[in-house]
Design a protein around this ligand. Sequence first.
Ligand SMILES: Nc1ncnc2c1ncn2[C@@H]1O[C@H](COP(=O)(O)OS(=O)(=O)O)[C@@H](OP(=O)(O)O)[C@H]1O
Ligand SMILES: [Mg+2]
Length: 296
Amino acid sequence: MDGIHVLQRVVEAVNECLSECAVVGIPPPKHPLGTIDVLKVINKGSAQGGPKGKFWVLDPVDGTLGFVRGDQYAVALALIADGEVVLGVLGCPNFPMKKVWLNYHHRYYRLASKLHPPSSDLWHKGFVLIAKKGAGQAWMEPLAWNLQGSHIVKIFKAVKVSLIDDPAEATFCEPVEKANSSHSFTAGVADSLGLRKHPLRVYSMAKYAAIARGDAEIFMKFAKAGYKEKIWDHAAGVLIVQEAGGVVTDAGGQPLDFSKGRYLEGLDRGIIASSGKRLHEKLLAAVEESWDSSSL
Ligand SMILES: Nc1ncnc2c1ncn2[C@@H]1O[C@H](COP(=O)(O)OS(=O)(=O)O)[C@@H](OP(=O)(O)O)[C@H]1O
Ligand SMILES: [Mg+2]
């Protein structure tokens, strides 16, 4: 598809969404937007971020590889006010309701757990997670997936992190691509922490969703030195995990700083999240123990 056609599709999609505004109580525009109107709105997306003011952070397709492979990806939106994430929305259209199917795309798991292809009634997937800073709650709205054709009731359900704090029972998740996070370093940390389960490798911010929903207890991302993490790859997920009861910091135990512009400047080594304080402290200690012998 060439540029002009993509643009046409975008304009159509925007107008389709706007025509449904009334559903959420916003009056729809009197006339559909034209191409120039849509381009003007897109051009407003030039905020550089920073410590003052309010701005939205959007990652329309996070986990691009997962998206093109028909695997996990996320649509992530966050509102940042004076450098703090105050609202997070994370859409995970391919995320299965049953944890066991998260790994369906990975041959190793299919064979190890003798998974058969999911039947359509089991393959319920897709939800939107929402959290507001300070609410102490994160919410999940499943996407409409009743394949039996019966009435679809959309309900928000509170999600909570897992209660497991024994590393031997915990599951950790990490990026699929070795280029995005060192698998050998996290394997060392896992060993030192006493994690026994095989890592859950999931594309995109769906990893934060896995922690918030209690599908996994730990998330680690250690990119190569020099890589700068972007705020849109983390903002929504971090708030959702925190409000669901989890903890997210850098490897030095400091909160991620969303006030420094487009990047998470000053990030100490990597990003770690866990389902609770006790596990987090053990994880920080294990990272410290493994760091000196690592080549990162
Ligand atoms: N070299 C390198 N190192 C670290 N991180 C990188 C790197 N390259 C990309 N990215 C960013 O990682 C986003 C995808 O991260 P994931 O955790 O989903 O990784 S993975 O796709 O599961 O391997 C991905 O987000 P999207 O571009 O939205 O897919 C990138 O912003
Ligand atoms: Mg991204």
